[in-house]
Design a protein around this ligand. Structure first.
Ligand code: NI
Ligand code: MN
Length: 225
């Protein structure tokens, strides 16, 4: 069984079989997060790309948990420079950890780190835990590779950005859910800043019209995948 807790924006925790990880731990500065970085107890911190609203509190959480940041090679090097442990990967590569398996997928976006350091290519993440596959698209525009990754890796739940402006909006996120053939889709990366206001219920309605199951997870809510 896989449990997902959503902290708003692109930050979520996954828990299965006694293992727990956090993804894109943007907590300080995230108006929807109901926790503090010091509350987070995890075995790994996964980071999709270098932007501040995704790297977030990764360094602090990795240090306080004495665990690795799992991310692309460039961001892994930067994390080590900040004194955090890191495991570098890159797009197309997968690795099995004690807590689960991750594959980095393409994302169409930028990835500079908060201090301006080059952060490599942005990624999406396929994460296998508890016998389920979660596809976190990351910050991205729609791209047809989503169909290929979905075909090669049957997806139980796709986390898709709907906030527009920096990423897909609702139209393209609905199309992305169809493309990746996910069993279920969940909206993320909306409502955190005025420029990414978007209606998750509208996303749900549009998904349903296309025959895809959708689920809006509330801020701080835990659901079973
Ligand atoms: Ni970004
Ligand atoms: Mn972002």
């Amino acid at each position: 069984m896989l449990k997902l807790t959503y902290h708003g924006h692109s930050c979520f925790e996954l828990e299965a079989e006694g293992h727990r990880v956090i993804v894109d731990p943007f907590i300080n500065g995230n108006m929807h997060a109901k926790i503090k970085p010091s509350d987070v107890k995890v075995e790994a911190v996964l980071v999709s790309h270098g932007h501040g609203d995704h790297v977030g509190d990764a360094v602090e959480i990795a240090k306080s948990n004495d665990c690795e940041v799992v991310t692309n090679f460039e961001i892994a090097n930067w994390m080590q420079g900040q004194g955090a442990k890191a495991h570098g990967m890159h797009i197309g590569g997968a690795h099995t950890f004690p807590w689960g398996r991750v594959k980095l997928t393409p994302a169409l976006h930028g990835s500079s780190l908060p201090d301006g350091t080059y952060g490599g290519n942005p990624a999406g993440l396929l994460i296998w835990m508890g016998g389920k596959c979660v596809y976190f698209a990351g910050d991205t525009g729609i791209h047809s590779d989503m169909a290929l990754y979905g075909r090669l890796n049957p997806i139980d739940l796709a986390l898709l950005p709907i906030g527009d402006n920096f990423t897909m909006g609702i139209d393209d996120a609905v199309e992305a859910a169809v493309l990746c053939q996910t069993r279920e889709a969940m909206p993320i990366h909306y409502g955190t800043f005025p420029v990414i206001e978007s209606d998750p219920r509208e996303f749900l309605r549009r998904l349903t019209a296309r025959g895809v199951k959708g689920r809006v997870v509330g801020f701080g809510e835990t659901v079973t995948v």
